[in-house]
Design a protein around this ligand. Structure first.
Ligand code: CU
Length: 474
């Protein structure tokens, strides 16, 4: 099986869009083994992804490009076969799992060694939209970890959407391919050249100059926009979109002209207040489940509001029956920044002081000229087992940071100064120069990695470990 490529394994766009669970690779679909348990065999292997006029070599999971469906409230016996030569970490994003199976070296999880096998049992999970992806160290390589093709959305049970009326479901993950370093003009540079760029462009004010990470291709669901088979819809249809931002570094900012997203769940948890938005912003690692009512006939691009990202392929085509023509894009009139989470939350006047405070900040470049980021603890305290622990995150930088807590869900408590309750997440975007407070209650005393889900920020230092003490013993 390892010699099969993306091309000869993939299902067609139409098959993929027609429904979830049509993944071609049968060994990756968990089978009911015995009462209360299921089994899953995941392979990690090299392959070629067909992007139409281009193709990309990368490493992939055997579930691709679709969705992994797991039964809810059921233990899963997992076997991972690594058919590559590199050691890997498979991270179950949003899952409540013991640290040793969470898939990070920071939590001292078990690695899947090159050409090795790892077996363990995932504990039962609630229904919801989750995400599994590589958490391998990338450092300055732009081919590994979250830059690779090792990712897939995971639907546990019905995704928590059993009460939501819909005609069908479409699962979409965003990803960019073929990353490279470039200078400010977009010219490709080697890692060594970026060192020189940073030194030459040294700016004591800390301004952005020098290099950045760019990508040659982008996909929403598996193909670039101009290679997509349109999704054919009927007027009046209610489509439930499950959308995962599986990018290593880029926000996903989506718009479908003439339509709105009715947000029912964020990060796999039903939101307390359902609200309509025209522009869906998801930071890397965030997920949304939204109903779109097809009530504006035509042929449209559901795509990134960023012209460059859309030109690289970030989008799909939605074609109403009887409206076959070139797809139309029009930019949204409104706000395209991070989601205003208060729209999906209850208001709250709970003013409890945070137990810990972190400053999210850019640091002076290191001696090689590379960017440095940090989450600096301003107010220090240890979380305690089974006790609510409130964390304030103050973003002192001019960039948004999608902060992800491993193995736990947290409740949003304040967002940009406004008290909220009832919204549970595992990844929260802290907007530039704003503050957010979250609260979680540790259920064990194992380490939980807490980091920015922008891979470059994480690799450059924006990460820490939270580990609860057994308070009663101390
Ligand atoms: Cu960040």
């Amino acid at each position: 099986m390892s010699s099969l490529t993306w091309k000869n394994r993939s299902v067609s766009r139409r098959q993929f869009m027609a429904g979830i669970g049509v993944v071609a690779c049968v060994h990756a679909i968990p089978a009911q083994a015995e009462s209360g348990t299921a089994s899953l065999n995941l392979h990690i292997e090299r392959g070629t992804m067909d992007l139409g006029r281009h193709s990309v070599e990368s490493t992939f999971y055997s579930v691709r490009p679709g969705v992994l469906k797991l039964p809810a409230n059921t233990a899963i016996s997992v076997r991972i076969d690594n058919r590559t030569s590199k050691s890997e970490y498979v991270h179950w994003h949003g899952f409540q799992v013991p640290a040793r199976y969470d898939g990070t070296c920071e939590e001292q999880s078990e690695a899947v060694e090159g050409h090795g096998t790892l077996q363990y049992t995932l504990p039962p999970q609630n229904p919801g939209l989750y995400y599994v992806h590589s958490h391998a160290m990338t450092m300055h390589s732009l081919q590994q970890g979250p830059y690779s093709g090792q990712f897939t959305p995971v639907l546990v049970g019905d995704g928590g959407m059993s009460d939501i009326a819909r005609d069908r479901e479409i699962v979409l993950a965003s990803h960019e391919w073929d990353a490279y370093y470039s200078d400010d003009e977009g010219v490709e540079k080697s890692v060594e050249q970026t060192h020189h760029l940073r030194i030459d462009a040294d700016d004591e004010e800390g301004n952005e100059s020098g290099w950045e990470i760019r990508y040659r291709h982008a996909t929403l669901g598996g193909k670039p926009l101009d290679e997509e088979t349109p999704v054919c819809v009927a007027a009046g249809e209610r489509i439930l979109f499950h959308i995962v931002n599986a990018s290593a570094t880029e926000p996903l900012v989506l718009h479908l002209p003439g339509h709105s997203f009715h947000i029912h769940a964020l990060d796999g948890d039903v939101v307390p207040v359902v609200a309509d938005i025209e522009v869906l912003y998801l930071g890397p690692g965030e997920r949304a489940s939204a109903i779109v009512v097809m009530n504006h006939p035509g042929t449209w691009i559901l795509g990134s509001v960023d012209d460059e990202a859309r030109a690289k392929g970030m989008g799909i085509v939605i074609a109403y029956q009887g409206h076959r023509r070139d797809p139309v894009w029009s930019a949204p009139a409104g706000h395209a920044g991070p989601l205003d989470y208060t729209r999906f939350s209850y208001q709250s006047s709970d003013q409890k002081q945070p137990d810990a405070e972190f400053l999210l900040e850019r640091k002076p470049r290191d001696r090689h000229g590379f960017e440095q980021w940090a989450m600096t603890m301003l107010k220090e305290s240890m979380p305690e087992l089974h006790r609510p622990y409130r964390i304030a995150l103050h973003n002192a930088s001019d960039e948004d940071h999608p902060m992800h807590l491993h193995r736990n869900r947290f409740e949003l408590k304040t967002y940009c100064g406004r008290g909220v309750s009832g919204l549970w997440k595992d990844t929260v975007v802290v907007p530039a120069l704003q503050s957010v407070e979250i609260e979680y209650t540790p259920y064990d005393t194992e380490p939980s990695f807490f980091h920015c889900h922008n891979q470059m920020h994480m690799d450059c230092g924006m990460a820490t470990i939270l580990q609860a003490t057994n308070g009663r013993k101390n």
